[in-house]
Design a protein around this ligand. Structure first.
Ligand code: ZN
Length: 146
């Protein structure tokens, strides 16, 4: 068994080829990754909201905090009724209890990552969980199909 998983979602501009369906919800441009890469500690989604769109619902979480990272475009996040500008480079963490929604700006699509993890589960910050391993870095191994 391999120590890694790979999924190629394609280019952000073509993200609407992925459609997330959950009950009555049908969201083109949204792809959840935990199933695709077998992640066990966090859920990650790639998201593209075309210009002038909004999630048509408010939601909160039971145990997961969410970190939203705007990759490109402009928009707004709404948390507990407050509007927070959400533009390329903005990172917003929302506690599980925060009631939230998101919209893109009128002019261009908003592309963003959303990372969900159990609130309070982070065991160390920065590189505290890593350790160096003896050996030389080499790049002459087999190239895997990706
Ligand atoms: Zn959420």
């Amino acid at each position: 068994m391999s120590n890694y998983s790979v999924f190629d979602a394609g280019q952000w501009q073509n993200l609407d080829q992925h459609v997330f369906e959950y009950g009555p919800i049908k969201a083109p441009g949204k792809v959840f990754l935990s199933e695709k890469i077998d992640s066990s500690g966090c859920e990650v989604s790639l998201n593209r909201l075309e210009a002038g769109q909004s999630y048509p619902f408010l939601h909160r979480h039971n145990r997961h905090e969410e970190v939203f990272i705007a990759v490109s475009g402009r928009g707004d996040m709404q948390v507990d009724g407050e509007i927070i500008p959400f533009n390329e480079g903005t990172v917003i963490r929302i506690a599980p209890e925060g009631v939230r929604s998101i919209r893109s700006g009128a002019e261009e699509p908003l592309c963003f990552l959303c990372i969900q993890a159990t609130a309070g589960s982070l065991s160390s910050r920065f590189i505290g969980d890593g350790e160096t391993v003896p050996g030389e870095v080499r790049w002459d191994g087999p190239v895997m199909a990706g």
